[in-house]
Design a protein around this ligand. Structure first.
Ligand SMILES: *[C@@H]1O[C@H](CO)[C@@H](O)[C@H](O)[C@H]1NC(C)=O
Ligand SMILES: *[C@@H]1O[C@H](CO)[C@@H](O)[C@H](O)[C@H]1NC(C)=O
Ligand SMILES: *[C@@H]1O[C@H](CO)[C@@H](O)[C@H](O)[C@H]1NC(C)=O
Length: 162
């Protein structure tokens, strides 16, 4: 009798322990992306584009029903223009995006849309990987590089106007 009671107690504490563990380790996602400079005023990435380091980016999640910012995390791009933001928890009910701050130094400060597409931060939508890749965001120079016309020709963009 005493023995079976001990077994039950052991079983119950094992169950409690494992559910406590589950509660203490919520999902962890990584939101990763790239910030680039477009030296051609194309407003898209071309072979002349280059990485922008030291750009501040913010992941922002907003509650769909009331527009309140529910989660926010900052990061900065590395030498390759890449960032990786660790995110805890499930954000299925929220609209999450990455916004890039315009650099305050250098030639590349002209804004194009600096907000990413919506990022899905939940496991309940099928994706097995915990890494979410964000569409690249960029800034433009005010002047255009002398090689930009060659790229225009390569892409056939010069023929679109006539
Ligand atoms: C993150 O950056 C935004 C604007 O860039 C700022 O308002 C906010 O205070 C920062 N938050 C943290 C936690 O550093
Ligand atoms: C880019 O992001 C900053 C906040 O980080 C915002 O103040 C600014 O208006 C944005 N610019 C554009 C063009 O969206
Ligand atoms: C990035 O954010 C940090 C801390 O908020 C701030 O000190 C720095 O000036 C920002 N850099 C740029 C390029 O905006």
């Amino acid at each position: 009798m005493a023995r079976s009671f001990a077994v039950v107690a052991l079983f119950v504490s094992a169950v409690c322990f494992s559910s406590a563990l589950a509660r203490k380790s919520p999902e962890k996602f990584f939101v990763e992306g790239k910030i680039y400079c477009d030296p051609c005023q194309f407003a898209f990435e071309s072979r002349l584009s280059f990485a922008l380091s030291g750009v501040n980016v913010t992941l922002k999640c907003i509650k769909e029903e009331n527009d309140i910012v529910s989660y926010q995390k900052n990061s900065t791009t590395d030498a390759n223009g890449m960032y990786s933001i660790p995110v805890h928890g499930d954000h299925e009910e929220e609209i999450c995006v990455v916004v890039a701050d315009p650099p305050n130094e250098g030639q590349c400060k002209e804004a194009m849309p600096n907000k990413s597409d919506r990022i899905i931060l939940t496991k309940n939508m099928g994706a097995a990987s915990m890494t979410r890749y964000v569409n690249p965001l960029g800034f433009m120079t005010q002047t255009t590089d002398s090689q930009c016309f060659a790229v225009v020709q390569e892409l056939g963009l010069d023929k679109l106007d006539d």
